[in-house]
Design a binder for this molecule. Structure first.
Ligand code: AMP
Length: 283
């Protein structure tokens, strides 16, 4: 495995692979790699000859009161995990490499798709993501890029970015990897104390309960969603949102229609830890 720290190095390596006729799949991450990330790497391998993983905690996507400083960083372990997964190149830039002089004359705005869900709760979050992924796509120039369904709004916004900015990359979505008790794996789960870790899977159970009702014919799930939010609160969660969203517009939907696709998504805090999860519902 090759580790590249600069843009020049990784460009050279990727271009060398392409000259040999190899296809490249890219997995952008913020490190603290877990089985969810590893499943993305395996999916990348299934799509292309070579796999590039980036590990970079992007300051631009953290709000002023968010956990940028505390975000788990374990580069040596991550590099070992990539090596074990037969990754071809791991890209580990620093802030100087990614953002250079820090002078910014241009910025990217995200419209519509980020009004609700995580975009609604975290101002600037998706602008930061679109900025860094845009830069990473320009640096790596991959044939494929793999993203996790766990961050479904991110997937939809990146797909839109690829279309509007004409990136020559195909976006692949990989399913959410879970712990045995159903909790979606996340680098932030490391923040949970023992009691919170026991309670954490209830977010997914709440989604599953709403899903079951909808699959049994419920088309106006508002009361059911409210009930689940109350139950989560009783368990110690501080709710952010629990709602049905349109798959295309990422906007909340009150009344469901057969034949359409929806995202049943929730976000809630346990102490300071923000958990998110979702289920895609094809009615
Ligand atoms: P992050 O390092 O949290 O920025 O995540 C990097 C990539 O891994 C994103 O595409 C995430 O959606 C994906 N990811 C994070 N957690 C999971 C999971 N539990 N299952 C599948 N993919 C995940």
């Amino acid at each position: 495995m090759i580790q590249c720290k600069t843009i020049e190095e990784i460009r050279k390596q990727v271009r060398h692979l392409k000259k040999e006729g190899k296809t490249v799949a890219f997995v952008p991450t913020m490190g603290a790699l877990h089985k969810g990330h590893l499943s993305l790497i395996r999916s990348a391998k299934a799509h292309a000859d070579e796999v590039v993983v980036s590990i970079y905690v992007n300051p631009e996507q953290f709000g002023p009161n968010e956990d940028f400083e505390d975000y788990p960083r374990q580069l040596e372990n991550d590099i070992r995990s990539c090596e074990n997964e037969d990754v071809t190149i791991v890209f580990t830039p620093n802030d100087e490499i990614m953002y250079g002089s820090g002078k910014k004359f241009l910025s990217i705005q995200v419209h519509e798709l980020n009004e609700y869900m995580d975009g609604g709760s975290r101002p600037g979050f998706f602008e930061g993501i679109v900025l860094v992924v845009n830069k990473l796509f320009n640096i790596v120039e991959p044939d494929f890029a793999v993203f996790g369904q766990k961050d479904i709004q991110q997937v939809q916004i990146i797909r839109q970015m690829v279309e509007e900015f004409n990136h020559a990359v195909k976006i692949v979505t990989a399913p959410t990897e879970r712990a045995e008790d159903g909790l979606a794996l996340s680098s932030r789960n490391a923040y949970l104390n023992r009691e919170q870790r026991i309670v954490a899977p209830y977010l997914y159970s709440a989604l599953k309960r709403v899903e079951e009702k909808i699959r049994n014919g419920l088309l106006e799930p508002k009361a059911m969603l409210n009930k689940q939010q109350k139950e989560l609160k009783a368990k110690g969660f501080e709710n952010d949102y629990l709602n049905m969203f349109s798959y295309e517009t990422m906007k909340p939907v009150g009344k469901l229609e057969k034949g359409k696709t929806y995202i049943l998504a929730g976000a809630a805090y346990l102490g300071k830890t923000r958990l998110i999860d979702n289920i895609i519902l094809d009615l």
